[in-house]
Design a protein around this ligand. Structure first.
Ligand code: SF4
Length: 369
């Protein structure tokens, strides 16, 4: 277990979304968990704690590692297609998903996991040096290290690099407003569509996530895509998929891309089989029947389910096989080459040429530099 943090620790910084309770504890107001802390206690996310009578972040400038990925891997299919993104995370998480696919990071209680110390400016410089169009806060949820993520995003913007949040969207309204003012794009995990699933399988609640989705779609310019990991027997029933995709169509509109991805047995959920490809195809059909225009299957070879089609003339616009782009028929300003229909998303010039590569990288910038 990591030692009790102190404000003398260079990775520990003050935060502002918390308040004092009458019983002497302080409450963190970043996420709906509302951790109530005595001096020296950590929140459920592990990286926020009460130190010197205030809530601090203990992982500012510490990363669990960096990797250059295709942006399609986040997954984002309508955000600068074909470009590379510098991905990183820290440690900890504010949900407790039994199926977590990154549990070695999200459940880390050892800061040794945080191999790379990196200042916001160091990360932005590395992203530029590596030719990345964006930086993604991923592997674990940036909600819990929002102060660090926002500073990285600002440093990136200085160099013309965008910022991507990959998140479960489990956040309170005021910090959410502050956080997304710094982001350009988000992929939000909608883990299921019943309160029972969120409560039993994720130790959370559904409603705050729906509020984040509506906030992003209607009150910000952040480009939004949604991912749902389908787990056999837990969140893949036709009626649940129907209710979820009807809600997305009605409340968020038909242009929000939705990704269905395949589960692999992991962490505390090893008694379920991997998701059959037919389940992803079935889910995609349900979503399309409800009017969603851009529905994708992920983690499988599925040309139809991975590709983008024009909502105007049905032509194949962006062909994908896993993360490799093939045919590309979108104009530089994001229109169908054939009929001119505007394709929802962020398109800037020609597609990138990064391909499906995954390149782990080390940053050697000293913390705080
Ligand atoms: S961000 Fe962390 S400390 Fe704050 S309420 Fe959520 S889990 Fe608790």
């Amino acid at each position: 277990m990591d030692a009790t943090p102190t404000l003398a620790d260079p990775f520990t910084v003050s935060t502002r979304h918390w308040h004092r309770l009458d019983d002497g504890r302080v409450q963190c107001d970043v996420c709906p968990r509302a951790c109530k802390l005595h001096e020296g206690q950590r929140g459920l996310c592990f990286v926020r704690a009460r130190v010197d009578d205030q809530v601090v972040l203990t992982s500012y400038g510490r990363s669990s590692g960096f990797c250059v990925d295709p942006v399609e891997k986040k997954p984002l299919n309508h955000f600068l297609p074909g470009t590379s993104v510098l991905s990183f995370g820290t440690a900890g998480c504010n949900l407790g998903c039994r199926f977590c696919q990154n549990w070695d990071i999200s459940k880390s209680r050892e800061f040794d996991t945080l191999a790379d110390a990196a200042s916001p400016e160091g990360i932005a410089a590395a992203a530029q040096r590596l030719g990345c169009a964006s930086v993604a806060f991923t592997y674990n949820d940036p909600v819990i290290f929002m102060e660090y993520a926002m500073d990285v995003a600002d440093a990136c913007h200085q160099r013309g690099i965008r910022a991507v949040a990959v998140t479960a969207g489990y956040m309170c309204a005021e910090p959410r407003r502050e956080f997304y003012a710094h982001m350009d794009s988000a992929n939000v995990d909608l883990k299921g569509f019943t309160e029972q699933f969120y409560a039993r399988t994720c130790s959370g609640h559904l409603q705050p996530v729906l509020e984040t989705l509506e906030y992003l779609r209607h009150e910000t310019d952040v480009w939004l895509e949604i991912t749902t990991l389908l787990i056999p027997g837990l969140n893949d029933a036709d009626d649940e998929l129907d209710a979820m995709t009807a809600w997305i169509a009605e409340r968020l509109g038909p242009d929000v891309p939705l990704h269905f991805t395949a589960f692999h047995p992991d962490y505390k959920l090893r008694d379920r089989p991997p998701t059959p490809p037919e389940t992803l195809t079935r889910a995609r059909a349900v979503a399309r029947a409800n009017g969603l225009r851009f529905v994708y299957t992920g983690n499988v070879h599925d040309r139809a389910g991975g590709s983008t089609y024009c909502p105007g003339c049905a032509a194949l616009l962006i062909e994908r096989d896993w993360y490799r782009l093939g045919t590309y028929r979108v104009t530089r300003d994001g229109r169908c080459v054939d009929c001119g229909t505007r394709i929802a998303g962020v398109f800037a010039g020609a597609p990138g040429t990064w391909g499906p590569r995954r390149l782990p990288v080390r940053l050697h910038a000293p913390a705080g530099s």
